[in-house]
Write a protein that binds this ligand. Sequence first.
Ligand code: MN
Ligand code: MN
Length: 456
Amino acid sequence: MDIRYERRNVYKEADEKKTEEIFSYAEGYKKFLDSAKTERDAAEICQKLALERGFTPYKFGEKLKAGDRRYHISHGKTVFLIKAGSEDAAKYGIRIMGAHVDSPRLDLKPHPLYEEKGLAMFKTHYYGGIKKYQWTAMPLALHGVMYKKGGERVDIKVGDDDGDPVFYISDLLPHLSAEQNGLTLSKAIKGESLNALAGTIPEIGAEDEKNAVKANILKLLHDKYGVTEEDFTCSELCLVPAGHARDVGFDRGLISAYAHDDICCAYPEMTALFESVASPHTLVAIFADKEEVGSDGVTGMNSRIILDLLNAVSASIGADPVAARYASLCVSADVTAGYDPNYPDVFDKRNSCFLNGGAAVQKYTGSAGKRSTNDAPAEVMAKIRDILDGENVIWQTGEMGKVDAGGGGTIAKFISYIGIDTVDMGLPVLSMHAPYEIISKADLYEMHLAMKAFCK
Ligand code: MN
Ligand code: MN
């Protein structure tokens, strides 16, 4: 028995077959990721995959038997995948995996479209924690929905196909940046200057000469989608980075893409639930909305939706809901910071998570003296360790960054609030919340194995 702790590296232990599995799993992930840039996109593709696998919509009040597969979607955004277990949930508990599928981005304002000196622009309001300067001078795609009077929904997705136009927020040329260069990063680009180019060609013969470009855009939108300017007030339109996931490095070990946080956890929990067979535990995988803005709102995990859904599922499988909850275990599946050699000063390298080190279990998150954290009890950590080690999953643990460098939160504290043992687990990420983030294919695969072990 080795009494020392040694960090592991997935590739140092992987044989040829496992390396192949790592790489082929990543291909499925990249495909999923490219079609899951917003929570609505993610819910749609998840629903499609669930339907293909025989899942049917969950009916509140229905009775479920072992192996039954259901899904529930709230407002087209938050998804619950449900698989009924073979044993009494009051004893075995429900195994919950909770990732989020919203990512930092730029939302269009309720009155987004305006014209200034012949340029039509979209006004935006950033969603989630972004570094504003990262969102300028790059191609952006527009994803979302608009509602017409009477409630007809129009889906909009422009900018990801090669033939599509994109949108673009200009940055200042270096030649005229003398003043901007002296500002701090947080002040150099202001929220109100994150306005995206939407068009430049005037409508010939427009009534209002000064707004002829805007008039032309409205005409194009009306011709294509049948929407009016007022319909923007009943819309959710998001500017997200255009393009798709790409391999990084000569060895292709990493993936650069938008929305790894948190699709890189949502995808493994989904694939694990799909692949699980005959689990004694009832399984619930959550694709949550609103995590990036604090989990508030009717589709966020800081709402009654999680409690009500679990109570309903408990009733469906014939278990006492309170007993089931207190016997349950939850992995809050979310990312953490990977150690970044470009910025060693913000890490405690003895307590960091490393790329290729496997699934990253976090006892606590939070900031400023572990504030606002679900600090998983040691007993829960011990249980998770046994689950992961029992299936030889490669995992690591640490903290997001060094003490007082900052911090962050996840949905963990909202699940533990209702009495469920919860621990954070996810992938180490580089450039988290940047338009293009980095993860390791090996960690992604270990996360899938970890979620499979959890579902067993
Ligand atoms: Mn996250
Ligand atoms: Mn995040």
